[in-house]
Design a protein around this ligand. Structure first.
Ligand code: IMP
Length: 178
């Protein structure tokens, strides 16, 4: 691994591909144990979670389904300002055990919006699995049930995470050099 430049920002190697894979294998075991005898529906949050979803699911030996959603934020005309919508959820979630897959949980705003959009559809349960969590930035009460890697507050790319569209294809995780 060597330094990479994406849109004039420099990133240095931080977590290797092997360490990332080992961390995903560890939570795959947790998830498999938790959903033994059930058939969870995984909900991958695009674009970033495509890598995590694929790597996690190939390590699971339980029956399961997967679908992908996008979170769209826009400035609405309401007094509350930003409106967030879940788009692309074509599958019924009522009565299902849902596992939301996120690339990274930072402030938790995204996950909070997703959970609020899912609750009125009456799933049997909702759990969250994240490739990365920034514990110092996370301020919400929603438990992040399965976390592969915890990192300090730094901007990272690789393994699905991008800097303005670039870097998703990098193996392992790279950290910005300030
Ligand atoms: P949150 O809503 O603040 O938890 O942020 C979640 C979203 O912000 C993630 O799904 C990412 O798209 C983006 N994000 C947060 N931190 C990073 C980072 O370090 N690198 C790349 N994207 C990030």
């Amino acid at each position: 691994m060597s330094r990479v430049i994406l849109h004039d920002e420099t990133f240095e190697p931080y977590i290797t591909e092997a360490e990332t894979a080992a961390a995903i294998s560890r939570i795959a075991q947790e998830v498999a144990q938790r959903y033994k005898g059930r058939t969870p529906l995984f909900l991958g949050v695009l674009n970033g979670a495509y890598f995590f979803a694929s790597e996690l699911l190939k390590r699971l030996d339980i029956p399961c389904e997967i679908t992908f959603v996008k979170v769209a934020s826009y400035h609405g005309t309401t007094s509350t300002g930003v409106v967030t919508q879940l788009i692309g959820l074509s599958q019924p979630v009522e009565g299902r055990d849902i596992v939301v897959l996120e690339d990274i949980v930072d402030t938790g705003n995204t996950i909070e919006h997703i959970v609020s959009a899912l609750r009125p559809q009456h799933p049997a349960s909702i759990a969250i699995a994240a490739l990365l969590l920034k514990p110092e930035a996370y301020k919400k009460d929603i438990p992040i049930d399965h976390v592969a890697l915890r990192i300090p507050n730094a901007f990272v790319v690789g393994s699905g995470l991008d800097h303005d569209g670039l870097g998703r294809n990098l193996p392992g995780i790279y950290r910005i050099v300030n």
